[in-house]
Design a protein around this ligand. Structure first.
Ligand code: AMP
Ligand code: GLY
Length: 428
């Protein structure tokens, strides 16, 4: 089978790594890929959001399955174009991608379907949002841009002044352009976050092990939010009882909602939950695999991923079963100094050879922002690499990952030393 992966980050490297283990695979391509993916796939010089060029290339090369990693191409209609050209696609069309592409659409859908979520109000003018804030007083409130903002459109404001500042950035200064023309002001929720992903063909669900991301740059969850500094799976806070509730109260109603709206959703549904005291609310949905959650989840999958993605793309997931290992996995992200603000690129990375390993070693190094330069592999992004280790329990996985991570060296290398610490401290 000839497969094209769209994207070029750690998540796409994890997908390429898992798919390249499939006996059904004949050719693997990735657009645009990165220096790590290049050892598993032929990388194409096509941008992940160039819908026309990707469609033309995939048709000309008779691709059997296109797996779309990031949200932007989904929101831009890549799934629709490819399907219209007769190709099988893992990833929803523009309609299903609204789940992530418009937070207002997603919140209103949740309200209609009675999916538990934080209370919220929607505003399309700065003045009305400001007067709503004034009535709230000094309670914490969450300000969200409606549209895609590369994960940066959310401000958790502790005070009304902070919230007003965020509103001004979005609605007056238009920091994220049209994405911030409409905003949500949302009730602040306490608790612990969990990412729950399911593969779906629009009718059936295949639930993946839960994971916990670490969004803040600093240890102890301090400092600004990033794309994710590490993840572990499964998350002990997500008990079997919660898993049952979430499937019944979130994923099943959502599929019924899609069906009522005529949305044929084939891909991943990602629910970001806030869990507190055995109950939960949905914070957000994404229309794709999480990054870096995927780098912690896929090493636990014992079955071949390719037929699963193929079945979802074909609308034929019924009866597909997969095996998960009982291990726990942890992924530590290595970033560039300064990230999520400005950072340097082009720094030579050393120590990569140490990570050329077999599956039995239960360790894999995923590349995110890396590139080739004059025969070297150099940094090319804020998040550079993700090292995943897995073992019989989480503390052994954590020990293994931190025993190895310092073998990687580049100027300005930064990683958090406390990934999964919260789960390890949890009372039994
Ligand atoms: P979102 O993109 O909607 O998931 O928001 C990004 C991050 O902001 C989440 O991962 C949470 O850490 C935080 N967040 C979003 N909504 C809330 C909320 N209602 N209460 C507390 N934190 C939130
Ligand atoms: N890890 C958060 C995300 O993928 O959106």
């Amino acid at each position: 089978m000839r497969v094209l992966i769209v994207g070029g980050g750690g998540r796409e490297h994890a997908l390429a790594w898992k798919l390249s283990q499939s006996p059904l695979l004949s050719e693997l391509y990735c657009a645009p890929g990165n220096a790590g993916i290049a050892s598993l796939a032929e990388c194409l010089e096509i941008k992940a959001d160039d819908v026309a060029a990707l469609t033309e290339w995939a048709v000309a090369h008779k691709i059997d399955l296109v797996v779309v990693g990031p949200e932007a191409p989904l929101a831009a209609g890549l799934g629709d174009e490819l399907r219209a050209a007769g190709l099988a696609v893992f990833g929803p069309g523009r309609d299903g991608a609204r789940l992530e592409g418009s937070k207002i659409w997603a919140k209103e859908l949740m309200r209609r379907l009675k999916i538990p979520t934080a209370d919220f109000a929607v505003f399309d003018s700065y003045d009305s949002a400001r007067s709503y804030l004034e009535n709230l007083g000094d309670k914490p409130v969450v300000v969200k841009a409606d549209g895609l903002a590369a994960g940066k459109g959310v401000t958790v404001a502790r005070t009304a002044a902070e919230a007003a500042g965020a509103l001004e950035e979005l609605m007056i200064k238009k920091k994220f352009g049209a994405s911030g023309e409409r905003v949500i002001l949302e009730e602040y929720l306490n608790g612990e976050e969990v990412s729950v992903l399911a593969i779906t063909d629009g009718k059936e669900l295949l639930m993946l092990p839960s994971a916990q991301d670490h969004k803040a740059i600093g240890e102890g969850d301090t400092g600004p939010n990033t794309g994710g500094m590490g993840a572990y799976a499964p998350a002990p806070v997500y008990t079997p009882d919660l898993a049952r509730q979430v499937e019944q109260k979130v994923f099943r109603p959502l599929l019924r909602g899609f069906s009522d709206l005529g949305i044929d959703y084939r891909g991943v549904i990602y629910a970001g939950l806030m869990v507190e005291g055995g109950s939960f609310k949905v914070l957000e949905f994404n229309a794709r695999f999480g990054d870096p959650e995927t780098q912690a989840i896929l090493p636990l999958l014992q079955s071949d991923l390719l037929p699963v993605l193929m079945a979802a793309a074909a609308g034929d997931l019924a009866g597909v079963k997969v095996e998960w290992s009982d291990d726990a996995a942890v992924c530590v992200v290595l970033a560039s100094a300064g990230y999520p603000g400005d950072y340097e690129t082009g720094c030579r990375i050393e120590g990569l050879d140490y990570f050329n390993r077999s599956l039995e070693d239960k360790m894999v190094l995923f590349h995110a922002g890396t590139a080739f330069r004059h025969g070297d592999i150099v940094t090319a992004g804020g998040r550079v690499l993700g090292l995943t280790a897995w073992a019989g329990d989480l503390s052994a996985a954590v020990e293994s990952v931190y025993r190895a991570v310092h073998k990687i060296k580049y100027q300005g290398c930064y990683y958090r030393g406390d990934i999964a610490r919260r789960a390890l401290k949890r009372p039994e």
